[in-house]
Design a protein around this ligand. Structure first.
Ligand code: ZN
Length: 90
């Protein structure tokens, strides 16, 4: 996937364009998921940013049913934010 929007939008907006934040029942934390995963209706499992960009073993796979139905906004409970996911934020 080429990301042409980078450089045309402020970093926070690029972030929002690329990622959706969802609560994952698997570890009761908020993770960032690529929209290209979330928007694929054929897809049932998702990998959060923390496993894509680091060496978290075992890799975490979240099922669609385990994610919060709605995307979380800035008013979410940030104490539940997954640190590796959000540390990758530019
Ligand atoms: Zn995470």
């Amino acid at each position: 996937m080429t990301v042409r929007i980078t450089g045309e939008l402020p970093p926070a907006a690029v972030d929002t364009a690329l990622y959706g934040v969802h609560f994952w029942a698997g570890d009761t934390r908020n993770h960032r998921y690529l929209r290209s995963q979330l928007d694929d209706p054929e897809r049932d499992t998702f990998q959060p940013e923390c496993t894509l960009s680091s060496f978290v073993i075992p890799r975490r796979w979240a099922f669609r049913s385990e994610l919060s139905a709605d995307e979380l906004g800035e008013d979410r409970d940030k104490t539940r934010d997954c640190r590796p996911c959000f540390r990758a934020r530019r």
